[in-house]
Design a protein around this ligand. Structure first.
Ligand code: FAD
Length: 403
């Protein structure tokens, strides 16, 4: 993957910092300061305000939503030191990255590694500009953890495949333009019979049915394919190579879902500030409840240790040429910490942490309740904690299967 050379001297970086600062001053609408929409893996249906649309367009054209992707495909072409400067300068003025979603977090990096030149030229620039929404068609009713059991079948019709089958838990399926999908092209082999296809969600024969979650949202769907025509040019890699490519994509997914790559932790007031507001302070100005104080401190220490570890692992992975199995550790710990934080917020808020709707609760309180409920999914999606523990035991610790 081509990137620009790292600036070698501190003064080159200083010059770059000055140019970033000037560009941000010209292009980041001050009205959006701090209004971080916490880009998640799933892009929702929300309409953009004129300021948000202008900001997204500017960042997309500059390639800075994906700062380290190669510039020949519309990325920023920045080295790591420059990308860090960009992130620092954005944080300094409360600016945020408007380009996200599964295309950025999972599919793009995988296509850069495995896609043909034509596929990269067709798909990567549109992802870098935030113009195309991607969803993930992996899971099926009987193929979640046991993903290699998937049955959606792509029949070889010469120049195209005819796809039939059902996917489930397709996050953002109802809003997506395209789906990166694992399908079976050979029924006689398990992993070796799987291929990686790119399916147009608007193609005839694709149908989505949204599923409602405990948090009240319907961010994902059942997806049905009936005689969907997919040109062979939309297969990534060789026929039967889908398992290898699909697993690589999962490593990117896990790193992002850990909260280390994306911002799983919502912004807003710190736990300590929330506790001071809801629980009150003692005569020394400390959180009145000693036990709660100790738990918040312990959580903050764990979270900082996790972030530092994640940063180290990411730097090491980049130096070694990509993400690794360590993403399973990050996902397991990051999602557990995310759930702990939500639990703490609900406890701190007391009865105010039980709001679902209505006038007795602020918007933040209702959001906290729903985030706590949604958080239950984080240790399931992207590979459940039990499955991550198996990966860690076998691939990292080298332990044998118990059978
Ligand atoms: C909010 C949400 C969004 C999702 N989005 C998507 C998406 O966009 N695209 C997509 O393709 N999929 C998506 N998924 C599906 C997700 O990847 C699967 O739910 C997940 O892989 C678990 O599979 P399953 O639900 O079939 O559970 P199962 O595999 O049936 O597992 C049930 C339980 O058994 C445990 N278990 C299973 N096998 C083992 C084993 N060998 N050893 C130990 N324990 C085991 C599991 O850990 C789990 O606790 C999403 C799921 C959720 C909840």
């Amino acid at each position: 993957m081509a990137t620009l050379a790292e600036p070698e001297t501190a003064s080159a970086l200083d010059e770059f910092r000055a140019s970033v600062r000037a560009w941000l001053a010209e292009n980041f609408p001050p009205a959006l300061k701090g209004k971080d929409n916490a880009m998640s893996a799933v892009e929702g249906p929300a309409e953009l305000s004129p300021e948000e649309a202008a900001w997204k367009k500017a960042m997309g054209e500059k390639g800075w939503g994906v700062p380290t992707w190669p510039s020949e495909y519309g990325g920023g072409g920045l080295g790591r030191a420059e990308a860090k400067v960009l992130a620092e300068e954005m944080a300094r003025i409360g600016a945020w990255n408007p380009i996200g979603g599964m295309g950025v977090m999972m599919f793009g990096p995988t296509l850069l590694e495995y896609g043909s030149e034509e596929q990269k030229r067709e798909h990567i620039p549109a992802i870098a500009r935030g113009e195309v929404r991607w969803c993930q068609g992996y899971s099926e009713p009987n193929a979640g953890s046991d993903l290699a059991n998937l049955q959606t079948f792509a029949e070889d019709m010469g120049d195209h495949y005819l796809v039939n089958g059902q996917k489930t838990w397709t996050s953002g399926g109802q809003w997506a333009d395209k789906c990166f999908c694992l399908v079976r092209t050979d029924k006689s082999q398990k992993q070796g019979g799987i291929s990686f296809l790119l399916i147009d969600m608007n193609a005839p024969g694709v149908e989505v049915k949204p599923i409602r979650m405990i948090s009240g949202m319907s961010p994902f769907c059942e997806t049905f394919f009936t005689d969907v025509k997919v040109p062979k040019s939309d297969r990534v890699g060789e026929e039967g190579q889908g398992w290898t490519i699909g697993k690589r994509l999962l490593q990117h997914e896990r790193t992002n879902l850990s909260g280390a790559g994306a911002r799983l932790m919502p912004g807003g007031p710190s736990l300590a500030d929330l506790a001071k507001t809801y629980v009150g302070t003692d005569k020394d100005g400390l959180i009145a409840d000693r036990e709660l104080r100790a738990r918040i401190t312990r959580f903050e220490m764990d979270w900082r240790a996790f972030l530092l570890t994640a940063m180290r692992v990411q730097a090491e992975s980049k130096a070694a040429g990509g993400v690794s199995e360590v993403s399973s550790i990050l996902k397991t710990i990051g999602t557990k910490l995310g759930q702990e934080r939500s639990e703490l917020i609900i406890e701190i808020a007391g009865l105010q942490g039980l709001g679902w709707e209505g006038e007795g609760f602020t918007r933040e309180e209702i959001t906290a309740t729903r985030a706590w409920l949604f958080g239950k999914a984080t240790t399931i999606y992207g590979g459940s904690t039990e499955i991550q523990n198996n990966v860690i035991a076998k691939r990292i610790l080298g332990m044998l299967d118990h059978q």
